[in-house]
Design a protein around this ligand. Structure first.
Ligand SMILES: *Cc1c(COP(=O)(O)O)cnc(C)c1O
Length: 456
């Protein structure tokens, strides 16, 4: 059959509070035209993030009831550890309350004066933790990864030529090469096995660690199965195991491919590194057999990790994103292609060419999707990443003005996705009428969360 159905039935439902455009207009005004300041109850389809927003399965809820809340040596820890080891093979598995806690511990332990990290594209929390330790993160994506309209099967790859040069240039200062799968900041684009293998070989040749940021390891593994010659006949578990076999360590947010609402872990092989990491864990997260989590959370993650490797789930998951991309493309909506693993990225710069970056085209577009249909996405552009010249105060924009529509796992059905497409297409039809914004309040850090806007 051609129709790819949701491979689940719905047992428990959460009502959506329906609102009209007339009701949403004052809500957006009160929120200073910033969707982060809108109450979730006032949103119809919430595509702000795919992080921690998954629906859990009946088996996960059953596992929650089995959670063992013992402080030390909890049975739930051993269930969690066994599942993580089965997939990743790491000798040491250290639970944390979410991905960034694993990053904080790893980059604190690896810190040396002048340390450098090389990656395909460091995710914001990864970069922030590296920089907080006083170190430097350098992104080395392949050139095609930066061109929205260009097709490449593995647009998340690291540029191996530039990696080799940078390894030579920075020598022993390079503490690790970090590959993020899929490449979140690069559009949820996958990394090929060949690229992982070669990046690992280069890292080892230069005597440095090779780390995988594995938040979306299952989505990446399924892309490899679909697109990389030689992997068609392998199971997704085999592919994931091979990916991890090239790594010395991993940081993971279980809020993504753990299919859980909270959690994460650090996995490493090295005994000395694990001892240092556990010592820090006790200081900031908790005892090594629970990290920052309750026993029931560990159970939900263990079960989620089993379910995420189910190929009928992954086929449906990646098809959802591709389906929305195809519908929008057929209607002339500019976006990043090919479809990534967890989100659709609208090219707001091309969508609203009449609005200059200083007038936040991404915020204008995201706000309009909310007004039109109650759909909440997130601007990834000048509001989130724009900086000011320290001397002149003039705005310096990022490379792209995007609106990300992240799809929560197992939450929305095909008719929800059809509705989202209809909303985007309706806004696209009257795009020339939209006008820019100016920022009326801005915090010194991470300004996009609390900024307020008014008509320019
Ligand atoms: C979400 C994410 C993180 C951080 O994980 P949290 O659970 O949000 O702390 C790190 N890397 C990538 C690629 C992510 O998507």
């Amino acid at each position: 059959m051609k129709t790819i159905i949701e491979p689940f039935k719905i047992k428990s439902v959460e009502p959506i509070r329906m609102t009209t455009r007339a009701e949403r207009e004052p809500l957006l005004d009160e929120a200073g035209r910033n969707l982060f300041l809108i109450k979730a109850d006032d949103v119809l389809i919430d595509l702000l993030t795919d992080s921690g927003t998954s629906s859990m399965s009946a088996e996960q809820w059953a596992a929650i009831m089995r959670g063992d809340e013992s402080y030390a040596g909890s049975r739930s820890f051993f269930a969690f550890e066994a599942e993580v080891k089965r997939i990743t093979g790491f000798k040491h598995v250290i639970p944390t309350h979410q991905g960034r806690a694993a990053e904080k511990i790893l980059f604190t332990v690896l810190h040396r004066p002048g340390a450098v990290y090389l990656g395909n594209t460091h995710f914001d929390t990864t970069r922030a933790n590296i920089e907080f330790a006083g170190d430097t993160a350098i992104d080395l994506p392949i050139p095609d990864g930066l061109i929205p309209s260009k097709y490449h099967p593995f647009k998340g790859n690291i540029d191996l030529g530039r990696l080799e040069t940078a390894l030579g240039e920075h020598g022993p200062k390079v503490r690790a090469v970090i590959i993020t799968v899929t490449n979140n900041s690069g559009g949820g684009q996958p990394v090929s096995m060949e690229n992982i293998r070669e990046a690992s070989r280069l890292a080892r040749k230069h005597g440095t660690l090779f780390i995988i940021d594995s938040c979306r390891f299952a989505e990446n593994a399924y892309f490899i199965k679909r697109r990389e010659p030689g992997y068609e006949g392998k199971s997704v578990l085999d592919i994931a195991q091979e990916m991890f076999s090239y790594a010395d360590g991993t940081t993971m947010s279980a809020k993504k491919d753990g299919l859980a609402n909270i959690g994460g872990f650090l996995g490493v092989h090295d005994d000395a590194l694990a001892v240092e990491a556990r010592n820090l864990l006790i200081l900031t997260e908790g005892f090594p057999t629970y990290g920052g989590l309750a026993g029931r959370d560990l159970e939900a993650i263990a079960q989620g990790l089993r379910e995420v490797l189910d190929e009928s789930y992954l086929r449906y998951r990646l098809r959802t994103i591709e389906y929305l991309v195809e519908k929008l493309q057929q209607n002339g909506v500019p976006l990043i292609i090919p479809a990534g693993g967890h989100a659709v990225y609208l090219d707001a710069g091309a969508f609203l060419p009449q609005i200059r970056p200083e007038q936040f085209p991404g915020v204008v577009l995201a706000n309009e999707l909310y007004l039109e249909g109650g759909v909440r996405g997130v601007e990834i552009g000048s509001a989130m990443f724009g900086k000011r010249d320290p001397r002149t105060g003039a705005p310096i924009g990022p490379a792209m003005e995007l609106v990300r529509l992240a799809i929560p796992r197992r939450v929305y059905t095909q008719s929800h996705i059809d509705y989202v497409a209809e909303v985007v297409i309706a806004v696209h039809a009257r795009r020339t009428a939209l006008r820019g914004l100016r920022m009326t309040y801005e915090a010194p850090f991470l300004r996009h969360f609390t900024a307020r806007f008014a008509e320019a």
